[in-house]
Design a protein around this ligand. Sequence first.
Ligand code: EUG
Length: 535
Amino acid sequence: MTIIEPAAGLVLPPDVDEEAFRSAILAFAEAIGEENVHVDDEHVRPYDDRFPVTEGDEFRPSAVLWPGSTEDVQAIVRIANEHLIPLHAFSTGMNLGYGGSAPRVAGSVLLHLGKRMNRVLEIDERLAYAVVEPGVDYASLYRAVQESGAKLMIDPTELDWGSPLGNTLDHGVGYTPYAAHAMWRCGMEVVLADGSVLRTGMGGMPNSDAWHLYQGGLGPSVEGLFEQSNYGICTRMGIQLMPAPPESLSFVISFENEEDLAAIMDTTLPLRIGMAPLQAAPIVRNVTFDAACVSTRGHWYDGEGPLPDEAYRAMMTELDLGYWNVYGTCYGPRWLIDRYVEMIREAYLAIPGARFDTTETVTPGTRRAELLGARDQLNNGIPNRHSSAVFDWFPNAGHFFYAPVSAPSGDDAAAQFADTKRISDAYEIDYLAQFIIGLREMHHICLPLFDTADADSRARTLEMTRELIRAGAERGYGIYRAHNVLADQVAETYSFGDHAQRRFNERIKDALDPNGILNPGKSGIWPARLRGRGL
Ligand code: EUG
């Protein structure tokens, strides 16, 4: 075997010297083939966070592995234990805004599961589910379902390049009636840190035909333990899919004033909580987010400081939108859609100044129509990447997510908006956000955008996001998903019972992964070996 030469600037994992690292790399190569083991810059640097937030090597990996099977993953885990190599497993690595494919611990070896494990293993039309490997992305799952002829609808996320398996493990949500992904995952195969393979739920029964149909089984439900954790590596997952509805109709409702937000939320909850007439989670977007999907910041303002009122006015006029815009879709036979749409229209039009359109009444050729069209696709299970235009809002734009969860009440929305807007304006960082109203909760998804090529912009945005987390935590707003650089801070806020959650997580971590090799630091969960070392 040829000697694989690490890059000159190699960052070694903690507790691993160069010799141990080399033997681990050789062992990995022997196990999965040297063509699937890379230590050179050309192969490793593309895995850096596309939206880098810190200077230096803090999140720099040492190597990348491309396993081709569950057996490969088992072999890798056994070798990692022997050599104390931290592995950073991920699916497609497109969790942009939450760290991408960068590891929490410098020197980690990346386990790019999706590179070769990218098959749709099964599509069952009658029972309405699919089984996927980590590398299947929304675009390819959509294609696979279409090509199979199955009349099923997938639930895409905002951008089509993510992995349904990975997104589900990270508590992602979409916009069709099945939106809360963790509600519809059913049946996982997981490689544990000792190299053994666990099949969850009914998958424990040899010959069961219900592995992907029933989340239970006997004893505790453990699938949630593998979400946002570092307790195992999920190598396949069942995802239940909604039968495609006969018809659908999407709508956009525009509201003139910032202050309308509370009324919008209080109108939404009763329409949503019974799953009718709002059958799926609507989104409430601010006009800046919509503008960033179809234009650049410079088009609206090129002066100093936060966007002035005139810029917001211009956006609303030129894009034919309100300050807040609600997007949603109704599904079913047309007679039912018409009843539901009428109920929705009447409820929201009680808010003064509201304007209501469907895909059938919106003026073609307008930005309003384009934006509604992009939502209409997503809400009908057709993935796209329309919103990726926000990465061109200004040159080199990247972003964090600040994503608190709370009750879907007008007061909560108003308080979150007030805090977030005030802090964003103070830092001169644009407020781009959408609220997603689930059945009993709302996600407030904010995208603090920064110039990835400008160290000052990165540092200022990081500082602001930390302040948002602090301000939110004071009011009880918890972050539901955290970037590597924010995970410890966010974990700290879940503090009830003298950090009972952290201690519980650590006990499980230490029991399942005594050498601390799987994604150390993920969600602020540190293994005993690396705990308290300031990593
Ligand atoms: C979105 C939604 C999320 C999230 C990140 C992004 C949508 C982006 C509900 O969760 O975590 C516009």
